[in-house]
Design a binder for this molecule. Structure first.
Ligand SMILES: *Cc1c(COP(=O)(O)O)cnc(C)c1O
Length: 404
C-alpha cells in the first residue's frame, strides 16, 4: 500500500491561485451524510445551489452546475451554442486563453486568436502575457467581418496564469459598437466570487466558472451562466453534446434535481459558501481581495522584482505574478519554498515557465496568513540567492497595519 505522509504539523500554505484554501465551515458542510439525490430533501439543496449561483453571477437567467472541473464547463459553453467549423474569435492573454483555444480547435471549431501587439521594453518575449484584452482589436476585427462569419468572441476575465484581468465591459462595448451579433463568452473560472463580475449587466452570453478558486470550494463543480441569446443559439447549434446538453439539465433543475448524479457533498459546501458570501456581502469581499492584492504588490515592489501584469489598471485581485531575475529558475525557488516551509506557490505556465511564480491571495486567507506567505517567499528568494532591494515582509506589514 502506498503510504501518504504529507500533512506535517500546522496548516499547509496553499497559496496557488486555485485550488484555494477552503474555509473550515465549508469543509464541515461537505462532511454531512450523503443523501438520496432523488429524495425529497435534495430538491431544497439543488434549488438553493442554483439560486445562490444566480446571485453570485448576478443573473436572472439559468445557471447550469456540472460535476466537472472548469475545463468541462469551457467545453459545455462551446458545444451548446456552436456548430462544427464555426468561426470563433479568441484573445490570448495567457496560458488559460491558449488552452481554451486548443479545446475549441479539438471540438472542430475554426479559431482565430488575437493578442496584444504593442511593445514591452522589459520583457519583449512575453509582452502579450502582461496585459488584458485590448478591446479595440476586437472591435476592428468584428467591423471587418461584414458577413458575420464570427459566431462567438471568447475572452478570459481573470487570467490565472499571469495575474491580469480584462475589462469585460469594454469588450461588450466593442462588440456593440461594431454592431456584431457574435455571442460573448467569458471564462471567469478564477474571478467569480472574488473579483467584480456581473453576467447580466455586462451583457455576457455564456459565463464559465468553477468551484476551486474564487468560490473557496474544493475542485469538482463547474458552471455555465446563460443568456436568452445563448439559449436561442443552443436550439440550432450542431456540435454533438449529451452529458453537457443544457436543455435536459434546465428541465430537470426546475424541480431541484439533475439528470445524472450530482456531487451532493460539494453542493453542501456550495450552499455554505453561498451563505458566507451573503453574510459578508459582495462589496466587502471585493474590497478585501483588492486590499490583499495591494499588500502583496507592496511586498513584490519592495523586493525590487517585476510584477507580471504590466498594466496597473488591470492588476488581478486574486493573484500576483512575480518575475524572477534572468538565470534564476522560478520553479527551483518554488520547490525550495515548498520543501522548507510547506508553502505552495503557482508555477509559471507555458511560455513563462521558469520565469515567474504566482502568489494566490484568495480563499480562506487573512492579513496574517498572507504575511506568513510573504515571509516564506522572502526566505526562499534569499536562500535561492536572489538579490532583494528590501524587505517585502516589512512592506507588507506596513501596508496591512494601515486601514481597516
Ligand atoms: C483553472 C482555470 C481553468 C481550468 O479549469 P480546471 O478547473 O482546471 O479545468 C481555466 N481557465 C482559468 C482562467 C482558470 O483559472
Amino acid at each position: 500500500m502506498i503510504k501518504l505522509n504529507f500533512h506535517p504539523t500546522g496548516r499547509h500554505f496553499l497559496q496557488i491561485p486555485g485550488p484555494s484554501p477552503v474555509p473550515d465551515r465549508v469543509l464541515r458542510a461537505i462532511s454531512l451524510p450523503t443523501i438520496d439525490h432523488r429524495g425529497p430533501e435534495f430538491a431544497g439543496l439543488g434549488r438553493k445551489a442554483i439560486e445562490g449561483m444566480q446571485t453570485i453571477f448576478k443573473t436572472k437567467q439559468p445557471v447550469i452546475i456540472y460535476p466537472a472541473s472548469g475545463t468541462g464547463a469551457w467545453e459545455a459553453a462551446l458545444a451548446n451554442t456552436l456548430s462544427p467549423g464555426d468561426h470563433v474569435l479568441m484573445y490570448e492573454t495567457g496560458h488559460f486563453a491558449f488552452l481554451w483555444d486548443r479545446l475549441a480547435t479539438r471540438l472542430g471549431l475554426k479559431t482565430e486568436v488575437l493578442a496584444f501587439q504593442g511593445h514591452d521594453d522589459q520583457f519583449p518575449d512575453f509582452a502579450s502575457w502582461r496585459r488584458g484584452v485590448q478591446a479595440n482589436q476586437i472591435h476592428d476585427r468584428l467591423v471587418q467581418d461584414r458577413e458575420h462569419s464570427i459566431k462567438a468572441v471568447c475572452v478570459v476575465h481573470n487570467e490565472t496564469s499571469t495575474g491580469v484581468t480584462s475589462d469585460i465591459v469594454a469588450v461588450r462595448k466593442a462588440m456593440d459598437d461594431a454592431k456584431h451579433p457574435a455571442l460573448l463568452m467569458v471564462d471567469t473560472i478564477s474571478g467569480l466570487g472574488s473579483a467584480d463580475y456581473r453576467h447580466d449587466e455586462w451583457g455576457i452570453d455564456v459565463s464559465i466558472s468553477a468551484s476551486q478558486k474564487g468560490l473557496m470550494l474544493p475542485p469538482g463543480l463547474s458552471f455555465n451562466a446563460l443568456s436568452v441569446r445563448a439559449l436561442e443559439a443552443s436550439k440550432t447549434a450542431k456540435l454533438p453534446r449529451s452529458f453537457w446538453a443544457w436543455d435536459e439539465v434546465i428541465d430537470i433543475n426546475k424541480g431541484g434535481y439533475w439528470p445524472s448524479t450530482p456531487n451532493t457533498n460539494l453542493l453542501y459546501g456550495l450552499s455554505e459558501a453561498i451563505d458566507m458570501f451573503a453574510e459578508e456581502g459582495f462589496d466587502n469581499i471585493l474590497a478585501r481581495h483588492q486590499r490583499w492584492a495591494a499588500g502583496v504588490r507592496a511586498a513584490v515592489n519592495a523586493w525590487g522584482l517585476p510584477i507580471q501584469c504590466a498594466d496597473p489598471s488591470v492588476y488581478s485581485p486574486i493573484l500576483t505574478g512575480v518575475i524572477t531575475p534572468v538565470g534564476v529558475d522560478a520553479d527551483e525557488i518554488r520547490k525550495l519554498i515548498h520543501r522548507r516551509f510547506d508553502l505552495s506557490l503557482g508555477t509559471g505556465l507555458g511560455k513563462v515557465k521558469g520565469r515567474m511564480f504566482r502568489i494566490g491571495h484568495l480563499g480562506d486567507s487573512n492579513d496574517l496568513t498572507l504575511l506568513a506567505t510573504l515571509a516564506g517567499v522572502e526566505m526562499g528568494l534569499k536562500l535561492s540567492g536572489v538579490k532583494l532591494a528590501g524587505s517585502g515582509v516589512q512592506a507588507g506589514m506596513d501596508y496591512f497595519s494601515h486601514g481597516a
